[in-house]
Ligand binder design. Structure first.
Ligand code: AMP
Length: 266
């Protein structure tokens, strides 16, 4: 589409206002907005999680029309992976692949890169819109753009996390929480916010432990609570008061795995 800037918002559907905020941003920054909905089988390390992923396609189409999205790309698995099972490619993600989400979801980021690489080849966007909610994923996709020589061709926009009134980060997975767990789920944000308000230069071990204990006390099964360099995601255990840092957490309530993060300064 010569002369018209294409903005692209890749999603897995079960759309909520967080997704729609990306569509709105794309409409501001580009001339033609494409949204994809594709529940990508190659990024699920747990087949049960894939099987239970919520699908609300009629409602999604309505939300996209209302938001003024120009085109919905809704491929079948064979549309993205005609070579199913897909020929294996390895993306050199370095240490990013083995920490935090990478550590707890082996293979996840290779699957994310595989699908985003193919989607970008098909859509050929000028702008790509991602949510900061998936902090590490944003870094992985930035790396993918470098690895595939797209850094100059595609402008990456990282958009703020939209939250519910009680602070819970909006997520398609939230609709799988029962009523009691939905109330408890806000504790993730509360724990991260408490960590932010108590942040002082020096040793951060106690703060991380407090947040972990708070989650455990509320009934979460925690994968990690970490404080990391905001640019590299390398863990920070002693803060000099200057370095830009972010707190990240992943924890289960029942079978539902929730992630969140909060930049702590700057
Ligand atoms: P998903 O459908 O979960 O794969 O998400 C598709 C895109 O929407 C990703 O770039 C996510 O980071 C982004 N996203 C998900 N939840 C939110 C949220 N609460 N606020 C802003 N963006 C979000």
């Amino acid at each position: 589409m010569t002369g018209r800037a294409i903005g692209f918002v890749p999603t897995m559907g079960a759309l909520h206002p967080g997704h729609i905020s990306l569509i709105e941003e794309s409409r501001k920054q580009s001339d033609f907005t494409v949204c994809s909905i594709f529940v990508n089988p190659t990024q699920f390390n747990d087949p049960a999680d894939f099987a239970r992923y919520p699908i609300t396609i009629d409602k999604d189409i309505e939300s996209l029309e209302k938001a003024g999205c120009d085109l919905l790309f809704l491929p079948a698995v064979s549309g993205i992976y005609p070579d199913h099972p897909p020929r294996s490619v390895h993306y050199e993600l370095g240490y990013l692949e083995n920490l935090l989400e990478g550590r707890y979801r082996p293979g996840h980021f290779q699957g994310v890169c595989m699908v985003v690489d193919r989607l970008l080849t098909i859509v050929e966007p000028d702008h790509l819109f991602l949510g900061q909610k998936d902090y590490q994923q944003c870094m992985v996709i930035r790396r993918l753009l470098e690895l595939t020589g797209r850094v100059d061709a595609i402008a990456l926009h990282i958009c703020p996390t939209l939250r519910e009134k009680d602070g819970l980060a909006m997520s398609s997975r939230n609709m799988r929480l029962n009523e009691a767990d939905r109330k408890t789920a806000a504790v993730i944000y509360q724990a991260l916010s408490a960590l932010k308000s108590q942040l002082r230069p020096g040793d951060l071990t106690g703060l991380k432990m407090q947040a972990t204990q708070r989650l455990a006390g509320a009934g979460f099964r925690t994968d990690y609570v970490e404080i990391a360099d905001a640019r590299t995601l390398e863990p920070v255990s002693n803060w000099d008061g200057q370095q830009r840092i972010v707190a990240l957490a992943a924890a289960f309530l029942g079978e539902v795995r929730l992630i969140d993060n909060l930049p702590l300064n700057g």
